[in-house]
Ligand binder design. Structure first.
Ligand code: ATP
Ligand code: F6P
Length: 278
């Protein structure tokens, strides 16, 4: 479970101190890959929306406030739908895995991936990996279709199951190769994303046409460059209920004090938002 020795950050430098800390991409090792127009371009529901597609060169600054004379600083590649695609809908054979601790919204993310692939892109082959990374080689897969996932956002947890440990890169990529998966959606925290990075490196080493997409999961909302991480709002709502209950107890006793311990070991967003709101 280590970062691969040949792992190198993909950094591009531009004018005026512009630095792009980029994500690895399939075209880094398969150049001249054929592209296809995104089917959403001819879908009236999307094509009428101005600037629906994200430009290839769009990036998001790490720090919004800069001074006139300071370098433009670190940027990250902007996520979102592109005009060009690297897979035809018929070719897509996708899988989804959830790893690490639970977070509200995991089932919603699974549902959105399945619905988007099918309803928006016409890609119907999607399987779930049972029980986190080790499920790739130790368990069966779970069929996923729009009908199967239709109501899962109303349930807690993850319908795919999750786990810690069990990351064996070679076995995982063997399973991806054997099953013919070419899109791998990996939902999880920082450990999971480190795991996704080594999976990508092994896929790259084997020269496979497989896209790896990491979807960050953190209930703590501690990713500064995104507006809000999924599950955070639910955590704040639940935390308010605990604070309100503790408040009632504390008020009713002489010199009563209520103590509520909330999640967020290194970041106090849940504590701050819940306290302000209660
Ligand atoms: N450096 C690493 N290389 C490869 N795999 C890793 C690495 N770190 C963690 N993993 C794998 O990622 C999975 C999830 O990791 P972990 O238990 O650390 O949770 P997490 O993704 O950080 O989520 P949470 O924030 O809920 O703890 C585990 O299966 C673990 O084996
Ligand atoms: O169960 P443990 O080890 O205390 O971990 C809880 C920690 O995990 C998180 O829930 C998620 O990162 C933190 O907010 C929290 O402090």
């Amino acid at each position: 479970m280590a970062t691969p020795s040949n792992f190198q950050m993909k950094v591009t430098e531009g004018q005026l101190g512009y630095v792009l800390q980029d994500v690895p991409h399939i075209t880094d090792y398969i150049p001249n890959l054929p592209t296809y127009p995104n089917p959403l371009r001819s879908n009236p529901a999307y094509s009428v929306v101005k600037q629906y597609f994200v430009d290839m060169d769009d990036s998001v600054p790490q720090k919004i406030v800069v001074h006139k004379d300071t370098p433009r600083g670190v940027h990250f590649r902007r996520a979102g739908p592109r005009q060009k695609m690297y897979f035809t809908p018929e070719e897509v054979n996708a899988c989804i895995v959830t790893c690490g601790g639970l977070c509200p919204g995991l089932n919603t993310v699974i549902r959105e991936i399945v619905h988007s692939l099918d309803y928006m892109y016409g890609a119907t082959k999607v399987l779930g990996i049972d029980g986190g990374y080790r499920g790739f080689y130790a368990k069966n897969t779970i069929p996923l279709s729009p009908k199967i996932v239709n109501d899962i956002h109303k349930r807690g947890g993850t319908i795919l199951g999750t786990s810690r440990g069990g990351h064996d890169t070679v076995k995982i990529v063997d399973s991806i190769q054997d099953r013919g998966f070419n899109q791998v959606y990996i939902i999880g925290g920082d450990g999971t994303q480190k795991g996704a990075a080594v999976i990508y490196e092994e896929i790259r080493r084997r020269g496979l046409k497989v896209a790896v997409a990491g979807i960050p999961k953190t209930i703590d909302n501690d990713i500064p460059v995104i507006d809000r991480s999924f599950g955070f709002d639910t955590a704040v709502e639940e935390a308010q209920r605990a604070i309100n209950a503790a408040h009632v107890e504390a008020e009713s006793a002489e010199n009563g004090i209520g103590v509520v311990k909330l999640m967020g070991r290194y970041s106090g967003f849940i504590a701050m938002y819940a306290t302000l709101a209660s």
